[in-house]
Structures are given as structure tokens and as C-alpha cells.
Design a protein around this ligand. Sequence first.
Ligand SMILES: [Zn+2]
Length: 289
Amino acid sequence: MKENEFPNCPLCGSKSNFLFVSKLKKNIFKCEDKKCSHLFTPINEFNQGVCQRIEDLELESNQFLRDFKGRNKRLTKFLLKNICSNKKNISILDYGTGNGHLPRVMREIIPKESVIYALDAVKEYDIFYEKFGLTPIKDIENIKPNSLDLIIMTEVIEHIVYPIETLKSLKSKLKSKGKIFITTPGASETESDTNAFDTVSHIQFFTEKSFEKLIKDSGFNNFSYFKPKIMQPHFFETPFDKDKILRLYGRSKEIIKKIITNYYFKKFLKKSKTKNNKKRIYHIIGFAQ
Ligand SMILES: [Zn+2]
């Protein structure tokens, strides 16, 4: 690829520099504007950011619930506490619902009068969402402006082709005090520092600077960062207990590998500090408001 063919940054439109070829054989570029420094891979294929279709959605969702049910309850309570919590009819949108293990747990906790919209690129999932009390929607435009209390976007923004435009349109659906909960793996110029490059459908890799830019340019005032603990299932905290090992035996090799990788990734997180001893953000988690 010639230098004049390097793609423009999907956040700010500036020129980019080639950084490296990832393990998954994706060309990774870095925005040359120092105020942005966004990392990304250009779109070469149709639906490049969309996750592979899940064959047995309910089975996968149930498998996730085995490990994440407790975490999801804890996370739901945390999210509710952070939005106007004592209201009966809350409106929530789970953007990029996938196997829906989090909104399924939320549905059991939040008041009956409340609604949880489920939106996914794969429309065949809608029957499954209905089965678990979620309200599938075809398009974000089907939601009334200023009507949502909370939008959840866990591990989704890194799959989106035009992240600023998407967040802008999501913001227009939030009530004035509404919040959007976002999580995404943080980017690093060293591939092994992060799991951001380990998924083939990831196309955006947010640095601290480019994430701040995303938030501001989408019209949000601020982002409050949380520690990774809020997202972790119990077994990350006690990795070698008996229950965890028994649970792991029931899983496929690939999932075990993922869990172990994540565990060591977390250990790595604890150890690594930057030169000025400030802890780096490897996983971005928090509320935009
Ligand atoms: Zn840029």
C-alpha cells in the first residue's frame, strides 16, 4: 500500500500512518493528528464490524449466564443506582444486544412497567429477545427523541463504522438526565498490551485521547471512568477455587482459553503502570452524560 493510499481517520478525517499488521492480519493505522491518535483498521469487507451470526443463540446466552448471572445482577443494580433509580417505568436500550445475557437479567430485576429495547444487526434474533421480555426494535429511529433513561453499549463501539454519528443519534434519544454506559477495550500501539486486536470484527481501537474526542464530538459533556472490577464475574477474583474449576470443565476449550487469557490480562493490568506511575486505562468503562 502506497502512502497516499493510507485511509483517513474515521473519527476526525485526518491522514493516518501505518502502524502494524495484527495477528488477525488486519492493517492497523494511527491517526496522525496528535489530539486524536485514534487507531483503526479500514473497512474492506461488507459488514466487517458485525459479529459472526450465533447459530444457537439461546444456548450461548444460557452458557454466558452460568458465569455472568451474579455479575449481571451486580451490574444492573449499579446501573440503576446511577440513573434516577426509584422510578417505576424506566426506558432502557441495549444497543448491540447479541446473546442478551445482561438484559435478560435486567428484565428480572427492573419493575414490570419498564421497557428494555433490544437492537442488534442480526434481525433473526428478535424472536429470542421477545421470549425473554425484551422489546426488539429494527432501527434506532423507531425510538422517540428524549425518551430513554439509559443506553447500554457494552463491547459494541469498537465494531461501529461511524462511531461519532452513532453516538450522536443515540444521545438524541436520551432524556436530559439520561446516561449511556459504554465499555470498550483500550488500544495500545503494542498489540500484546491489550485484547482489542484479538477479535476479527473490531474496527476501532480507542486510545485515551481518541475516546475523549469521541465523547466530546458526539455532544456529551463528560465520561466518568470506572474500574474493571464492575464488569468481572466472581471467578476472576478467586481464580483457583473449586467451583470455578468445576465450571470450567463444562466449557469448550475455546471458552476456557478466553477466560484464562482474560484472567492473565487482568493480572497484567494490575502490574502495569506507566513511567509516571499513573495507572493506564486498558479497558474503558463508564458513563457518558
Ligand atoms: Zn483522528
